[in-house]
Design a protein around this ligand. Sequence first.
Ligand code: NAI
Ligand code: MG
Length: 344
Amino acid sequence: QSLKIGLVPADGIGREVIPAARAAIEALGSDIPKPEFVDLLAGFELFTRTGTALPDETVEALKECDCALFGSVSSPSKRVTGYSSPIVALRKKLDLYANIRPVVSVAPNPNDKPSVDLIVVRENTECLYVKQEEIKSTESGREARAIRLITERASARIGRMAFELARARPRKHLTIIHKSNVLSVTDGLFRETVRAIPKQNPGRYDDVTIAEQLVDSAVYRLFREPQIYDVMVAPNLYGDIISDAAAALVGSLGLVPSINAGDSFVMGEPVHGSAPDIAGKNIANPIASIRSAALMLRHLGYGAPADRLDKAVDQVIREGQVLTPDLGGKATTQEALDAVLRKL
Ligand code: NAI
Ligand code: MG
């Protein structure tokens, strides 16, 4: 028995942190089925060389894998003809409809509770990220529009995922993030659909308390009193923004992992991007990717080895001896990885 893991480092620091995650998985030894890694191509750099950001072979090969790890892509902010982000496309092609992003601070003392311990559950397939944009010239200048798609089907399945996560956690508290005071039709549908889930599953979510918060004040409260949040569920764009903001609370984007999950596939992915400012310098923090590997393994049912990875990382952070520059240290990516491997 083996565990076939697709590796898509893609661009920038993805190429430095995905190999680190691979080494951490290898260090788990016989705790998991023998990993078999499949190296796959995607990204903006690949596009500039070959004209393709996401080759069909990569998608087909991923379908043959048990799971995957994705690094990060350097998507340009300006429109480039023929280019479209491979990660956004992959989430759609593999129907990875949930982006699950736990943000947890490491308590100074192993017995203390972390001051931030929340999960952002982000819808991953629609909202403004359907990328149906158009621009036209008018008498008063150019005018651009974008479609924001919210469906009952996608809202219901992300809502169920969020309720399931909430009921499995000690605090069992779910906050629905929206802006339906302004966008009463789209966000209204999201809110209403998520709210209706307990009624459709009588008894199952009785223990889950439900709150809701407008997205702007949710960010405000996230900074002032992050401990009020347990599980937050949000449409795609709000979820993207909230999880980057939450990352600031725990010190660095370089710490925050995620998985893209569907009903039949899971792909780990650090929340951060390709970090062009530090790419190629061997100083990127590998922890977000190692934690993404742990999340991926836990999602597949390998809870104990996932815990081992998380504990090793927590010890390294807590001891504070071997930290990359984003956390105020001087360690290289390799040194930070080695410190985690020693704990394992
Ligand atoms: P970014 O996440 O790449 O970087 C933001 C800041 O955090 C930078 O100062 C960076 O050095 C730092 N940082 C990020 N990850 C780090 C790590 N592991 N260790 C140490 N420091 C880290 O976001 P930015 O700069 O807005 O975007 C850069 C590129 O990444 C863009 O082309 C963007 O499109 C892309 N991007 C890709 C994502 C993905 O692949 N899912 C997600 C977000 C951005
Ligand atoms: Mg983001």
